[in-house]
Design a protein around this ligand. Structure first.
Ligand code: AKG
Length: 284
């Protein structure tokens, strides 16, 4: 399906209002096959950030890795050649889009571990409203096992204490620790009726795109015969600037950003965060 058919004015309005939209049949079987091969390669050759978020006594697990596009050609190919950069640009209504990083969440059959509710931007080495993540399951996912979103939370103003996912591994990498200027994170799971919670059963080819300020979590809770392989990409638009956070970052890009000459306040760029889409100039 072409991007104009997929990202209609109604979809753009829903993304702006709710902070997340599910686009059906956005990617064909060839991309699913490519990314599935990429995930298999990634599990065999994890980056230094590769880690298990969970392994339980029954043998189920959740594997996480990020920024692997630098050594996984299938991920690089998707970032550069698929329609995802344009989809991100048209949803965010920006002039240009840079690739930030990829992440994978791979749960084996029957895995129960659910990702705690959190926002993404507070972990990142950048800040801005024009951000999005594209969460793409490569296998069918049922409603009770999908990622969930608190509608409208991308416009919440309060700084919240976020989960320290670095602590799930104990390896000292990518730790975050919020101070007293952040409010306690609300108990979404315990008070589900107080929130409008969005989530979609999805098929391979569907993608959920969400603003990085969105409160989201869940996934997991898998039936004994269902696994869940998710490929995720993060995209940055016009108002995004480099920011090194005293709370810590996950993934912490500050060293690598410094090494390519990026400083706090800079517009993102360089070969590490390439610009992959720009709105066509209006003809004169
Ligand atoms: O799939 C998951 O378990 C977590 C996904 C997530 O938090 C994200 O894509 O930012």
């Amino acid at each position: 399906m072409n991007v104009a058919e997929l990202v209609t004015d109604e979809v753009v309005a829903a993304y702006s209002r709710d902070g997340a939209v599910c686009l059906r049949r956005a990617f064909g079987p060839e991309w699913i096959a490519t990314l599935t091969a990429g995930i298999e390669r990634n599990i065999a050759e994890p980056s230094a950030r590769g880690r298990f978020w969970n392994r339980d006594a029954a043998g189920s697990s959740t594997f996480y890795d990020s920024q692997s596009w630098l050594h996984i050609p299938e991920y690089r190919d998707f970032a550069h050649r698929s329609d995802m950069a344009e989809i991100a640009g048209r949803l965010m209504q920006v002039e240009a889009v840079n690739f930030f990083f990829d992440a994978v969440f791979v749960r084996t059959a029957g895995e129960q571990f659910r990702t705690p509710f959190h926002q993404d931007e507070p972990y990142w080495s950048v800040e801005g409203f024009d951000t999005c993540s594209a969460w793409m399951p490569l296998v069918p996912v049922a409603r009770e096992s999908t990622l969930e979103f608190v509608a409208g939370s991308h416009r919440w103003r309060q700084k919240l204490v976020q989960e320290n996912f670095g602590a799930l591994t104990g390896d000292g990498c990518d730790q975050v620790e919020f101070g007293e200027d952040a409010a306690p994170f609300p108990d979404i799971e315990g008070n589900r009726d107080d929130y409008e919670i969005l989530g979609w059963a999805m098929e391979p080819g569907d993608v959920v795109v969400f603003n990085a300020r969105m409160v989201h979590g869940g996934s997991g809770n898998l039936a004994p015969d269902r696994d869940l392989k998710v490929f995720n990409t993060q995209w940055l638009g016009d108002d995004v600037r480099v920011l090194f956070r005293p709370e810590g970052m996950d993934p912490d890009n500050s060293d690598v950003m410094r090494s390519v000459g990026l400083s706090p306040g800079d517009r993102i760029g360089t070969d590490l965060y390439p610009e992959l889409w720009r709105r066509d100039p209006v003809p004169a």
